[in-house]
Design a binder for this molecule. Structure first.
Ligand SMILES: Cc1cc2nc3c(=O)[nH]c(=O)nc-3n(C[C@H](O)[C@H](O)[C@H](O)COP(=O)(O)OP(=O)(O)OC[C@H]3O[C@@H](n4cnc5c(N)ncnc54)[C@H](O)[C@@H]3O)c2cc1C
Length: 404
């Protein structure tokens, strides 16, 4: 029986498992708690930048276990479907069941203790420790707690760091991993494995996606909070549209479709307090435009582990001491999220189709649009640079100027 762990991490998704692994490798006594048993599924597109595999290099030895291919060409379709922008931007794809299991295994291999099928229902932060209450009635004491428990984070609620998301800050989605014969996948998406985004499907703010994988095609649709009603019907409609377009076999099996929400309204104000830090979806660390959060969750996991390790050694887990965590993740990737919120507004406005029309006539604008949608480009353009480029193209064409 352990009297006191160094760190208890609630949630073994990309954020929690990554954080746990780094802490264990730094020599700390860590317990990783999840309500599910691994391997477990998580409703998701499962698309991410292959840079993640380079950045977290221990994953390189595990790609056989989780990687379901690299999609080579992204196609963005305008809301009125008249324009399709093609872009050669690679995206790795995985089934979350396998990807998260690989991250979980990496944490276990590093010496992390785990507690699966254990639902955390309460958290008490005291002066000298944190007490975690499980629904089984058991308690776990630790010096610090990490809230990596996803969009409906109990840790965020119990610590008061985030009481509740407002409707405008979330994007409800419906997603299905549809089994498709590999031969059909080759025919429909070519050997290049073309992946598609459909902006503002049915004129609703948000987008639909198709990511071809090894033996499945991941199809999903998300609509920004206030407008998200009747998603199952909309999803059916999207499937019908894709079947009609020859992007899915007729009568595709969507019986496994699930609903889930993504926190797309930007990050919460404060992600640390006395003896506690939050990361991943629990803190709203998601690209507001695409809903992508796997990479941010893992980056925050690494940063959080570094901060906790240092402050455990110094025996100072005060609110003021842990504030450095907020500063570090904001400096590494958080600064991108605010501007992307503005790009999200641009992409979900009545201006979107016009932007595609203009973009189809300008290579540079196409590159900018593609890079914000696919998250692959290091130089993520801002809303103002996209708007400025669009304006430039309009002026150039109006005055018949040469391309720059
Ligand atoms: C439909 C959809 C599509 C998406 N597509 C993509 C995509 O293609 N690419 C991308 O990068 N991102 C995508 N995302 C976002 C991505 O899934 C998240 O950003 C990412 O999973 C965040 O990781 P996390 O570790 O913070 O949380 P999660 O992956 O949600 O993990 C949280 C863990 O906490 C556990 N947990 C929760 N509550 C408790 C509790 N009370 N007690 C114990 N355990 C608990 C859960 O079981 C879970 O294992 C998508 C999201 C959705 C909903």
């Amino acid at each position: 029986m352990h009297s006191m762990r160094d760190v208890a991490i609630v949630g073994a998704g990309p954020a929690g498992s990554t954080c746990a692994r780094y802490l264990a490798r730094a020599g700390h006594d860590v317990i990783l708690i999840d309500k599910e048993e691994f391997p477990r599924d998580k409703p998701c597109g499962g698309g991410f930048s292959s840079d993640i595999i380079d950045e977290f290099s221990y994953l390189k030895d595990k790609t056989d276990e989780f990687l379901d291919g690299i999609c080579k060409v992204g196609i963005l379709h305008s809301p009125n479907r008249r324009i399709s922008l093609h872009s050669r931007v690679e995206m790795a794809v995985a089934l979350r069941t396998k990807f998260d299991a690989a991250l979980f295994d990496a944490a276990v291999e590093a010496g992390v203790n785990t507690r699966q099928k254990s639902f955390v229902k309460g958290v008490q932060i005291k002066k000298d420790k944190v007490t975690i209450h499980l629904s089984s009635g058991d308690q776990i004491d630790c010096k610090a707690i990490v809230g990596a428990d996803g969009v409906n984070s109990i840790v965020a609620r119990k610590t008061g760091l985030n009481k509740m998301w407002s409707t405008k800050d979330v994007t409800p989605c419906r997603v299905s991993e549809i089994p498709v014969e590999q031969k059909e996948i080759d025919e429909m998406y070519s050997k290049e494995r073309r992946y598609h985004f459909f902006a503002n499907f049915n004129n609703l703010p948000g987008y639909g996606w198709i990511f071809p994988k090894l033996k499945t095609v991941n199809v999903g649709i998300g609509v920004m909070g206030p407008k998200a009603t009747g998603l199952p019907m909309l999803f059916q409609r999207f499937i019908g549209f894709l079947e009609y377009k020859g992007l899915l076999p007729l009568n595709s099996d969507i019986s496994a479709a699930k609903g889930a929400i993504v926190p797309t309204g930007g990050t919460i104000d404060r992600t640390s307090c006395e003896r506690c830090i939050l990361m991943g979806d629990a803190a709203g660390m998601v690209n507001p435009l695409t809903g992508g959060g796997i990479g941010y969750a893992m980056q925050a996991g690494r940063i959080g582990a570094k901060v906790l390790s240092k402050h455990l050694q110094e025996d100072n887990l005060s609110k003021d001491a842990l504030k450095i965590y907020d500063e570090l993740w904001r400096a590494e990737f958080g600064h991108e999220i605010g501007p992307l919120k503005l790009v999200q507004r641009l992409f979900t406005s009545s201006f979107t189709s016009a932007l595609f029309e203009i973009g189809s006539r300008d290579d540079e604008l196409q590159k900018m649009v593609a890079s914000v949608m696919t998250e692959m480009d290091e130089s993520k353009p801002s809303t103002s640079s996209i708007a400025a480029r669009a304006l430039l193209v309009c002026i150039r064409e109006a005055f018949h100027l040469r391309k720059s």
